[in-house]
Design a protein around this ligand. Structure first.
Ligand code: G3H
Length: 523
């Protein structure tokens, strides 16, 4: 095991924030950032500090974004697509050298394993590059005229205006950038506030943002949601709220906006994804997929499997093998080799998970695995709970952490009824081999959730596929391609098909007086 001091050098005290294209110095209150990974003396490790900004700074940020959009006249929303792409290429090149620093902070701030931290950084770079390519393809399709019913039309996708981007702590880089990057490339101007945890890792990228985009296009502020995001929403100038996190935050922020009818939403919220395990399945595969589905990053993923419905014929054998597999997982520090379970970044989380376990046990569940529920200051070892019933908190609440409820069923209507009654509808994992049983089940599940994972754990990626949900799980669809559509609207130039209008269009195309009317093919 490497020592703590060998991976963490010295605290980062950042005073900087980005507004109007200027990296300004914050002289007001600061928030100290601690890691929940404990140092030798037993206290949380101080990682650094960031500005704790206020409503005055919030108002500067929204003014900056509004001025950069400039009621559609701004440099950025009217810029040629190829020039916006050039800015994005500059940004991605300036981001790449910060890989090691961001990865180190991902480990220290949110306890992500070294492998997963590298994956998060690399996946984000790929996402940006793929977004650029997808935008080129989209633009090529628009490089033409339609002629229907005597009307010539040139149809493109245009920006929506000012976007407020808020991401979650579990993917503080990737999920946030999956909102920010498509919003930017489509010509919107943005305000971005990093999550409460996973905030320092944004600081090395401030300069890259400043140097890559015109002033006011990206504004980055630090602080608490209610002190900054709420006043920004109250101005009524936010056109799109893009948030991945909890529905309580999304609802509270919508409530602050004075003109709800014009506020667009792009939301990724709770999911509580279930697995249905049929009797004719390969149990070794099921155990493998359920370990990764329930406990990758300690279950702190919106796509994690949060409840396992196992057929009564195989539940005992499944419980035995699954519990052994859970107890064999290595707990350690994020940079240790082969580590799978790591400290939880939220201070109160171990006690919360312990509370869920105690509640379930008091209502009749047992902890099946030997190490289940072992509690320390920054961790609660995953507990496999069985039999779980609907009156238990672990069934009712999305645990977002290391505890796995198992429910047995005899008729397929039991899990189907539970999924239909759930407030959520993101994904499901379905394990089995009998196509006569799987076929009709897939037909139903596809109407209850948005991704049916056959003999596989739930997951977001590859990012090219649609990521969305029904009911309370999401608003809008994200994928490399869908996100470009979500952050834009179709607008077009139309004209009656006659000689004079044709001549004007031809002149516009030749003179390049318009950045909107163009049939240039982007290479
Ligand atoms: O927290 C939700 C993430 O989108 C999950 O992504 O399935 O790739 O881990 P992932």
């Amino acid at each position: 095991m490497s020592t703590l001091s060998s991976t963490f050098q010295k605290p980062i005290h950042s005073n900087k924030y980005l507004i109007d294209g200027v990296l300004k110095q914050w002289t007001g209150d600061k928030t100290e950032v601690y890691s929940n990974i404990y140092y030798e003396n037993g206290s949380p490790t101080l990682l650094g500090s960031v500005p704790d900004m206020d409503s005055k700074a919030a108002s500067q940020a929204i003014n900056s974004a509004v001025a950069a959009f400039d009621r559609g006249k701004g440099v950025w929303p009217t810029m040629k697509v190829k020039d916006r792409i050039a800015c994005m290429n500059t940004f991605v090149e300036k981001m790449k050298p910060h890989r090691e620093e961001v990865v180190r902070l991902l480990m220290w701030e949110i306890g992500k394993t070294k492998n997963d931290a590298y994956k998060e950084f690399d996946r984000t770079i790929d996402y940006i590059i793929d977004t650029i390519e997808a935008y080129k393809k989209l633009d090529r399709k628009s490089a033409r005229f339609d002629n229907q019913g005597g009307i010539l039309a040139h149809i493109r996708r245009s920006p929506l205006g000012v976007v407020l981007c808020l991401g979650p702590y579990n993917y503080p880089l990737n999920e946030t950038f999956c909102l920010l990057i498509p919003a930017l490339i489509m010509g919107n101007t943005t305000i971005f506030k990093p999550a409460k945890l996973g905030v320092l890792l944004i600081t090395p990228l401030l300069k890259a943002f400043q140097e890559s985009f015109p002033p006011g296009v990206v504004n980055i502020v630090f602080g608490r949601g209610r002190k900054i995001a709420a006043p920004i929403m109250q101005t009524g100038f936010v056109d799109v709220l893009a948030l991945i996190g909890h529905s309580s935050s999304a609802v509270a922020l919508q409530d602050e906006h004075p003109f709800k009818n014009r506020l667009r939403l792009i939301l990724g919220l709770e999911a509580n994804n279930p697995a249905i395990i049929l009797p004719d399945t390969d149990l070794d595969l099921v155990v493998r997929e359920c370990i990764s589905g329930t406990l990758s990053y300690n279950g702190q993923r919106c796509t994690a499997l949060k409840v396992l419905f196992v057929h009564a014929d195989i539940v005992d054998e499944f419980n035995k093998r699954f519990s052994e597999a859970v107890d064999a997982l290595k707990f350690g520090l994020p940079w240790d080799d082969d580590v799978f379970l790591t400290p939880l970044p939220e201070k109160n989380k171990p006690a919360y998970i312990d509370g869920l376990i105690k509640d379930a046990v008091s209502k009749g569940a047992s902890i099946l695995n030997k190490r289940g529920g072992e509690l320390s200051e920054n961790y609660c070892y995953p507990a496999v709970l069985y039999p779980v019933s609907t009156d238990m908190k672990v069934f009712q609440e999305e645990q977002f952490g290391p505890v796995i409820p198992v429910i047995s069923f005899t008729t397929i209507d039991e899990p189907l009824d539970a999924i239909a009654a759930s407030q959520y509808g993101q994904q499901v994992s379905l394990f089995g081999n009998d196509t006569r049983q799987l076929g009709p089940l897939i037909d139903i599940l596809a109407n209850l959730v948005c991704r049916v994972n056959l003999n596989s754990a739930c997951q977001r990626g590859p990012d090219i596929y649609p990521f969305t949900g029904r009911k309370n799980s999401a608003v809008g669809t994200l994928s490399v391609f869908d996100a470009l559509r979500s952050f834009s609207i179709r607008s077009f130039v139309a004209t009656k098909d006659n000689k004079n209008n044709k001549e004007i269009l031809e002149k516009l195309l030749a003179s390049k007086d318009s950045n909107f009317i163009t049939t240039d093919y982007l290479l």
